[in-house]
Design a protein around this ligand. Structure first.
Ligand code: AMP
Length: 402
């Protein structure tokens, strides 16, 4: 594997000259960090933060959440309850979020009291697919053909331009293939438009890709940049299934993917962690699919395989600490554990634990539903392919009747 180690963390030139933000005092262990949202990403962030001696408060409408189980304090109120949101903000030194769809008013209310990192402007851009695409286009990054549509008539015109097959995606609230409809023939446009509830959407050309890859990148308060290299993502039913790290791609592709990630975090003036999902076309071209301005499922391997996990990196960035080394200690693979696995009873944890180089992560979710992300496994091995085989074998061993 490529072992670039600390070379994957570069200090910004502005750092040496003392950028105004670099002069801000770091938020040190013992302080309290606020997390908006309460899922598994917040949970793993809270684990990293508590390990380093920080306290964590989380806020979301739910109770007994994956993040709340690990946090010091869990606020269970709607995001619209702005007086409680302000009380939450007054109890923390800095706030971050673990999912993109936190309502603007809640983030603004927190920002009246403490810094929110990444900044609200980043959330604003990435919460909406149309806005995100336009930002990427303006930044000069490679994208597949797309058209923003606001009516069935506009969709018809866009299809004439883009051709079929195409994919219609809602501008807001889409994830894991939700809020998407594939259109194979122009006459299916009306039905696709109706199936997504007739809301602002983006029509994308269907990309016949070779594979899907991503780069997890981080940018510090001092503008330092770090990345975890390119990883290979296999999806099943539009949901990430297995990540292999590093991806087996030519060096030129890896370098280009890293440049794309850097251009994106710099264009957004990001402070935090961001994932860039990309398609690698059969012609060897990288196209940006979407952004997530937070740790990402395809970066979970970093928890077990890297000197600094993506969660600790988010913590370091939002606290204004120097970024940590992204050096990968061994080739790795991650396999998601979806609720489907529980269909015929409790998975056989002892069987997976019998794989000595496999780590089990569970998110503390009470109810297993098909498609729900309940946990993941990470395997370490001598090669990424071997790690992928191992992680799949360990996951197979979990099925009680396999
Ligand atoms: P998304 O929510 O946009 O990440 O889409 C979920 C998954 O759907 C992606 O990981 C791809 O596997 C597939 N997909 C999304 N957009 C396209 C596209 N334009 N062409 C081909 N496949 C796509």
């Amino acid at each position: 594997m490529r072992r670039t180690g600390n070379a994957r963390v570069s200090r910004a030139a502005s750092d040496e000259h003392g950028s105004p933000r670099a002069a801000e005092r770091p938020i040190l262990p013992g302080a309290t960090i606020g997390v908006l949202g309460s899922g598994q990403l917040g949970r793993m962030f809270a684990i990293a933060a508590r390990r380093m001696g920080y306290r964590v408060h989380t806020l979301s409408p739910l109770e007994g959440t994956p993040t709340g189980q690990v946090a010091d304090v869990e606020y269970s109120v709607p995001y619209e309850d702005l007086s409680t949101v302000r009380r939450f903000a007054k109890g923390v030194s800095v706030a971050t979020f673990e999912f993109e769809n936190v309502p603007a008013e809640a983030v603004e209310a927190v920002a009246e009291h403490v810094p929110v990192r990444p900044a609200w402007t980043v959330l604003h851009t990435t919460q909406n697919r149309a806005r995100e695409k336009r930002h990427l286009e303006r930044t000069g990054l490679p994208l597949g053909p797309f058209v923003v549509v606001k009516s069935a008539a506009e969709l018809g015109a866009a299809l004439a331009q883009i051709g079929t097959p195409a994919i219609l995606k809602t501008a807001r609230f889409g994830y894991d293939g939700k809020g998407q409809a594939r259109i194979d023939r122009p006459e299916h446009a009306e039905a696709a438009w109706a199936s997504l509830g007739g809301q602002e959407s983006v029509l994308e050309a269907f990309i016949d890709f070779e594979r899907e890859v991503s780069v997890i990148a981080a940018r510090g308060l001092d503008a330092a940049f770090a990345h975890y290299g390119v990883v290979d993502n296999a999806h099943v039913n539009h949901i990430l299934d297995v990540t292999m790290a590093p991806a087996e791609v030519p060096l030129a592709i890896a370098t280009e993917a890293e440049h794309i990630a850097r251009a994106i975090v710099e264009s957004l003036d990001l402070v935090g962690v961001l994932c860039v999902e990309m398609f690698l076309t059969k012609g060897g071209q990288l196209l940006v699919n979407e952004l997530a301005p937070r740790p990402h499922n395809s970066g979970h391997f970093t928890f077990d395989a890297c000197v600094t996990s993506q969660f600790e990196q988010q913590l370091r960035a939002v606290c204004g600490l120097p970024l940590g080394s992204t050096h990968q200690l061994a080739p790795a693979a991650m396999a998601n554990l979806l609720g489907d696995l529980w269909e015929r009873g409790e998975p056989n944890w002892a069987a997976a634990a019998a794989f000595p180089n496999v780590k089990i992560h569970l998110y503390g979710k009470g109810q297993a539903r098909p498609g729900r992300k309940m946990g993941h496994l990470t395997a370490l091995a001598d090669t990424p392919q071997e790690a992928a085989q191992r992680v799949r074998a360990a996951r197979d061993a979990l099925s009680p009747f396999s």
